[in-house]
Design a protein around this ligand. Structure first.
Ligand code: NAD
Length: 261
């Protein structure tokens, strides 16, 4: 296992589950001091337990916060700096999917909630982390978009709109802050098997959700779902500082599905 994160401080939002938890486990093994943020305190504690099982000496700070609440975002950034003194990397990952429905039937309240978390959460995170990194003269930020930030996805108006916005925020921030030694990119995962994705197939497929999953994956060039650990390895590289000249990119991790006609 590499020590590429020795002495480095990383904030991960949405660290209680799925992609955020998987990255937390890997980065702890690679030496990172972690500031883990999630809405759900119990799942944060569960992530910490898993980390300590694999990496007993890991330095882990847990902060319960809603990423759509600007004051709470300011607090998790301030709390991280107060505890660890710096922020080397920021995995701006927390997000929700919302409901599945054709646009005219899409519930406006759900639309506002999804865009609030997925767009404002990403915006606030960068808004408060960037001044810290600018002052340091270095830092890496990775926002989590989706293939839904590159292409359309049936019945997912709010999710697709919000993830396109994440791609736009990423590119804009990257050209604003590249000159200060900061690199800002986004990943666009395809279907990676996490709790969020399983929930989505239960919505689409009802009792036949397992068949719906099999049908969906049959058109992927790799004929399978991605695994959270496969995403985390890319995340680790992009946030490590070793990829400093990669800036303003939206990098698909989807088995090639978004390249397929
Ligand atoms: P997940 O549901 O397993 O985990 C998301 C975590 O974010 C949960 O722990 C949840 O409590 C937390 N969270 C939700 N709303 C929050 C809020 N307002 N404030 C703080 N924390 C909040 O989902 P996941 O699959 O790990 O997804 C993580 C990110 O990856 C999301 O942005 C999602 O859109 C994106 N993504 C996932 C996939 C996939 O296939 N899993 C594909 C593309 C993009």
């Amino acid at each position: 296992m590499s020590n590429r994160y020795d002495g480095k401080v990383v904030i991960i939002t949405g660290a209680g589950s799925g992609l955020g938890q998987s990255a937390a486990l890997l980065l702890a093994k690679e030496g990172a001091k972690l500031s883990l943020v999630d809405l759900n305190n119990d799942s944060l504690e569960a992530t910490k337990d898993l980390i300590l099982k694999e990496t007993p000496h890991a330095d882990v700070l847990l902060i319960t916060a809603d990423v759509a609440d600007e004051e709470a975002v300011k607090n998790y950034v301030d709390g991280t700096v107060k505890t660890f003194g710096q922020i080397d990397a920021f995995y701006n990952n927390a997000g929700v999917e919302g409901k599945q429905a054709p646009l005219a039937e899409y519930d406006s309240e759900v639309f506002n909630k999804v865009t609030d978390i997925n767009i404002n959460g990403v915006f606030y995170g960068m808004k408060y982390v960037l001044p810290v990194m600018k002052e340091q003269g270095y830092g890496s930020i990775l926002n989590v978009a989706s293939v839904g930030g590159i292409r359309a996805v049936l019945n997912q108006a709010a999710y697709v709109a919000s993830k396109h916005a994440v791609a736009g925020l990423t590119k804009t921030a990257a050209i604003d802050y590249g000159q200060y030694g900061i690199s800002i990119n986004a990943i666009a995962p395809g279907v990676i098997l996490t709790a969020m994705v399983e929930g989505s197939f239960k919505q689409i497929g009802g009792d036949n959700w397992e068949q719906a999953m099999a049908d969906f994956v049959s058109v992927n060039p790799k004929k399978r779902f991605g695994k959270p650990e496969e995403v985390s390895k890319v995340v680790s590289f992009l946030l490590s500082g070793e990829a400093e000249f990669v800036n303003g990119q939206v990098i698909a991790i989807d088995g090639g599905q978004s390249s397929q006609y």
